[in-house]
Ligand binder design. Structure first.
Ligand SMILES: Cc1ncc(COP(=O)(O)O)c(C=O)c1O
Length: 376
């Protein structure tokens, strides 16, 4: 017989959560436009937000129309199996639909992999300055994160390989990486995946893949057939301009996908998101235009940094990491001028700010404000 339940004497019910949950440092998102407008009494229309690596163009007109049409069915649950979107993705990448898992943003895919595969005490390996969700998702499972020192702000794959032990279940690789914008060439990446033991999952996070020049893109979806321990994660939040709708996907071995499907919410991707993503996926010209705009915008920002005498990390994504010294002070000064960027002290980069490439006018506004903010 069970012992009678003794009354708890904790004054704070938070103590009922496991210690590893209580010790999680929450994800800090970019400051929302309306919050800054409230705090500083600014007109929202004058605020420039370059803080969350969104596509400044938003979604295409065709995608907006698909979303509007999907609102006719708001009282219905979405297709919990995401048949149409999964079929389109499977067709695009030449894999079976069973190899595709849809997520509420690609963040969901990262969480689902850890939920399905990490036990308390397991290890997950990731790079210093890599995307903040890897340590968060690892810690939420009671697993241990092993952070590997960076090499020129990017992943040191040889050191990451050496960090894998019998306790390791997952290795996260972001390519390009956020917040550094660093990139790993396909050959080096494939050699790494091949070198990782088959009982360790490699989660290859390609959230910014569409911003790479086509010749730089790894054929990662095709690798899945060769490497059953590879999970490729992609999103519609960045180049496709759909961050608000929350839709991403993973491509992986069908048996791995089945494990993710067992732990995900039955309706984890909403109907508007599915309709939007399906239309966006077909609009390859729109993505190519966004990539072009990003390339010229990134060059304009680099030119601005050069003329201000500031160092930056060469980026392969839609953002740049720029060294400004006292980043907290510069961030606050930019806010006062209605420009929101992202401090990255929580990534171990207290002297740097991350700025998303915006529209030409937004980039100009940012550079003007930055010029004033970095003056002593
Ligand atoms: C490297 C990386 N992976 C994944 C994500 C998650 O994005 P989402 O959940 O919107 O797909 C982000 C978002 O900033 C990111 O930078």
């Amino acid at each position: 017989m069970n012992a009678p339940h003794a009354p708890a004497h904790h004054p704070d019910p938070a103590h009922l959560a496991p210690e590893y949950v209580r010790h999680i440092a929450r994800y800090i998102p970019g400051k929302p436009v309306d919050e800054l407008a409230r705090e500083f009494g600014l007109d929202e229309r004058t605020i420039v937000k370059l803080a969350s690596n969104e596509n400044p163009r938003g979604p295409s007109a065709a995608v907006r129309a698909a979303i509007a049409k999907a609102t006719d069915e708001l009282s219905r649950y979405p297709d919990g199996n995401g048949f149409a979107l999964k079929s389109a993705l499977a067709h695009r990448f030449g894999v079976a639909p069973e190899c595709v898992v849809l997520g509420n943003g690609s963040n969901d895919i990262l969480e689902l992999v850890t939920q399905a595969f990490l036990r308390p005490g397991d290890h997950a390996v990731y790079a210093r300055h890599a995307f903040a969700v890897y340590p968060l998702a690892t810690q939420a499972r009671g697993a241990t994160g092993i952070e590997v020192a960076a090499k020129e702000y990017g992943h040191d794959l040889a050191a990451m390989r050496r960090a894998i032990t019998a306790s390791t279940r997952i290795v996260f690789v972001a390519n390009p990486n956020n917040p550094t914008g660093t990139w790993i060439a396909p050959d080096a990446l494939e050699a790494f995946v091949a070198s990782v033991p088959s009982d360790v999952l490699v989660v290859l996070d390609e959230a910014y893949n569409e911003y790479l020049e086509p010749a730089q893109c790894a054929p990662s979806a095709a690798w899945v057939a060769r490497y059953p321990h590879l999970v490729v994660s992609r999103t519609f939040s960045k180049a496709y301009g759909l961050a608000a709708l929350r839709v991403g996907y993973g491509i992986m071995n069908a048996n791995v996908a089945e494990m993710l499907n067992r732990v995900r919410q039955p309706f984890n991707v909403n109907a508007l998101a599915q309709a939007a993503a399906l239309t966006a996926l077909a609009d390859t010209d729109y993505v190519a235009e966004s990539r072009d705009l990003n390339r010229t915008g990134r060059a304009a920002l680099e030119e601005g940094f050069r003329s201000l005498g500031l160092a930056w990390v060469p980026s392969h994504a839609n953002f740049l990491l720029v060294k400004v010294g006292d980043a907290g002070r510069v961030y606050q000064k930019l806010l006062r001028q209605g420009v929101i960027v992202r401090p990255v002290a929580n990534y171990g980069l207290p002297e740097w700010l991350r700025v998303t490439v915006g529209l030409p006018d937004e980039n100009r506004r940012f550079l003007e404000a930055l010029g004033g903010a970095v003056r002593p």
